[in-house]
Design a protein. Structure first.
Length: 289
């Protein structure tokens, strides 16, 4: 992720180098949804603004970013950054918006204005709704995971309500409604935690076992959205881990138990208001391998 300047905790270094590497791949895409590109108002050297500026040079003339925190939110709520969400598009964005979750999260997450953004993108004669979100993370201190799961569940309810509100006119326009894509870092591990495993992910290959929280998330999305969500990456490749087994020994002892490996936290859901047999969305999944 890209944290504000002056803040470099363990595991979040080399920001400028990673940003330059990211710039080298921009030409391969037309629409990009990013998370953890944080911006702090009234602070020097914003990397998010630099990213937007370079993207414009490469043809991404349209963008949506998270709502920025006000002085009141910074001072009284201690929310120092925006939600870190960004949508970049080479196609025109005709509608846009964002929301800050009322259930703002806890620990480090509570310092950011976590929420969701959307863009209605015009692609030739059609439109696409793209939603981008980032939910509460599970932190490694001695707090039960159920506590963080409860926060994510409340944020998911706010997210689906936001999606309903932004697409209401489209769904009741009397013409063919536009398809949706919902993507983001949901911090919900789809890969079940085995009863025993090493912290490097080598002993057990658990990718085919779905976690209870993933199942609950899919049930909630199907229950609260008008169209059935399709987990595109799962359909194409299975539960491909966001964090695969470690390739080398961690550089510091504090990193050894920082995260469960392997795990999958990121998702792309596709929703078509007029599902037809043999009608599929074609996406590039090579970059997830």
């Amino acid at each position: 992720n890209l944290l504000p300047r002056g803040y470099s905790p363990v595991g979040h270094r080399w920001k400028e180098e990673r940003l330059e590497e990211f710039f080298s791949h921009l030409d391969n895409f037309d629409i990009i949804a990013l998370q953890e590109v944080f911006s702090t108002p009234f602070w020097w050297g914003c990397r998010q603004k630099k990213l937007i500026s370079v993207a414009k040079e490469k043809g991404f003339n349209y963008y949506v970013r998270s709502p920025q925190p006000s002085w009141r939110q910074i001072i009284f709520q201690q929310r120092f950054t925006d939600g870190g969400l960004l949508i970049l598009s080479k196609f025109p964005i005709v509608e846009r918006g964002g929301v800050i979750f009322k259930q703002g999260g806890q620990n480090a997450d509570g310092l950011a204005c976590k929420g969701a953004i959307f863009a209605k993108i015009k692609i030739q004669k059609s439109h696409l709704y793209l939603f981008n979100s980032h939910l509460q993370a599970t932190h490694s201190e001695m707090v039960q995971n159920e506590h963080y799961s409860s926060i994510r569940s409340q944020q998911l309810l706010e997210l689906t309500k936001f999606m309903h509100e932004q697409t209401l006119s489209d769904r009741h326009s009397g013409v063919h409604a536009s398809p949706w894509i919902l993507t983001g870092d949901f911090n919900i591990d789809s890969i079940a935690q085995p009863a025993f495993a090493d912290e490097f992910g080598y002993i057990f290959n658990n990718h085919h076992l779905e976690s209870e929280e993933y199942i609950q998330m899919m049930e909630m999305l199907q229950r609260n959205l008008p169209y059935k969500p399709r987990d595109i990456l799962k359909e194409a490749l299975g539960h491909v881990p966001t964090r695969p087994p470690r390739l080398e020994f961690p550089s510091s002892f504090s990193l050894i138990f920082k995260h469960k490996y392997p795990q999958r936290l990121d998702y792309v859901f596709y929703m078509d208001p007029e599902i037809r047999l043999g009608h599929y969305l074609v996406i590039n999944t090579n970059s997830t391998k």
